[in-house]
Design a protein around this ligand. Structure first.
Ligand SMILES: [Zn+2]
Ligand SMILES: [Zn+2]
Length: 360
């Protein structure tokens, strides 16, 4: 198979011929149909997620077709269509059992499969897996990450559900459990923030305020259901308080930026909740007015992967797409070939694109 290998930060990935070993116990081999280009991979490429061992194949958002299963795998078979989850689960720990599998404490060591080894080799060299490592024509993933879906679902669109859609929509519908009629502001309208806007529509939020510095991204947010558009660099807090007549009930922070977090905090109505799902640069520390906890009962909560329960929620996302309630093709600003993978990351880093996909 072929995979895009990152051998050094800030050096373009190279597509190389890679030997893919057979799936072992509890593993699934999948031929990727499509992969999304995700910001977390960009953080590895540009070195802002330090301490990551290379060489590695990145990619955390994909969908494809099962080509082999290892011993003990019964929930999928060869030919099944799957969405790839990036969060393996053991199914037994207290988090898995209590419906919070994204917090599973028995995940494989970072970069490896459960037995501590890799399934990708170039000659004698081990190539590490960044989660499901979807920047490859085929790969081996933990069986718990292979989530079977209705074969009628187009796989290129399904790929998006595996990270950005689940993270963005889930932050609203799962983590915050936003009730119908509440007001919602979303700070940062990139690939994930746009999905939080969609989450607001699905939840039945009354006002959905998109906040960003880019007019183009705000325009896309409006097309996905934002009812109000606010420029982050122009009195955003005052604007939001005016629109909502006193503050917003829920504020999702979908950009790893302390200033956005501060704006979200200051925009909240009494009793409001700030939901942060972003990855922040390691040197950033929270700087919020702590008196608002006691004075206004404000809450701040974290969201990982939209608090997904992939084996339930991916099917729900597929159903929402099939019934026209979740927009996916509208999210994709550009499609690239596999050989254009570095260009796709450059465009994402330059803020030129909301979501792009590679179709193999
Ligand atoms: Zn991702
Ligand atoms: Zn677990």
């Amino acid at each position: 198979m072929k995979a895009a290998i990152l051998r050094q930060v800030n050096v373009p990935m190279k597509i190389e011929e890679v030997e893919l070993l057979d799936p072992r116990e509890g593993e699934v081999k999948v031929a990727m149909t499509a992969t999304g280009i995700c910001h977390s991979c960009l953080h590895v490429i540009d070195g802002s997620l330090p301490g990551i061992q290379l060489p590695m194949v990145l990619g955390d958002e994909g969908a494809g077709v099962v080509t082999a299963v290892g011993p003990g795998v019964t929930h999928v078979k060869v030919g099944d269509h799957i969405i790839v989850s990036w969060s393996p689960t053991c199914g037994r720990c207290k988090y898995c059992v209590s419906g919070r599998p994204v917090l599973c404490i028995n995940q494989p060591p970072f970069g490896f499969l459960a037995d501590g080894s890799t399934r990708m080799k170039v000659g004698k060299e081990d190539i590490l897996h960044f989660g499901p490592a979807t920047y490859a024509t085929e790969n081996v993933i933990p069986a718990s990450c292979a989530i079977p879906i209705d074969p009628k679902m187009p796989l290129d669109m399904a790929a998006l559900i595996g990270c950005s859609v689940m993270t963005g929509v889930g932050a609203v519908t799962q983590t915050a459990n936003v009730p119908a009629g509440a007001s919602l502001a979303v700070f940062g309208c990139g690939g994930i923030g746009l999905n939080s806007i969609q989450g607001g529509v699905i939840a039945g939020a009354s006002q959905i305020i998109a906040v960003d510095v880019s007019d183009e991204k705000l325009k896309t947010a409006a097309s996905l259901g934002a009812t109000h558009l606010v420029r982050a660099d122009k009195n955003a807090i005052e604007e939001i308080i005016k629109i909502t007549n006193g503050g917003v009930d829920y504020a999702v922070v979908a950009v790893g930026n302390n200033k956005a977090l501060g704006q979200a905090w200051e925009s909240l109505a009494p009793g409001g909740t700030c939901v942060s799902l972003a990855l922040y640069p390691p040197d950033q520390k929270m700087d919020l007015d702590p008196n608002k906890f006691a004075a206004k009962e404000l809450k701040i909560i974290g969201s990982r992967y939209g608090s997904a329960r992939p084996s339930i929620d991916f099917a729900i996302m597929v159903d929402l797409y099939m019934s026209g309630k979740l927009k996916l093709s509208e999210l994709v600003s550009k499609r690239y070939g596999f050989d254009e993978i570095n260009e796709a990351h450059r465009a994402l880093a330059a803020g030129e694109s909301a979501r792009t996909i590679i179709v193999f």
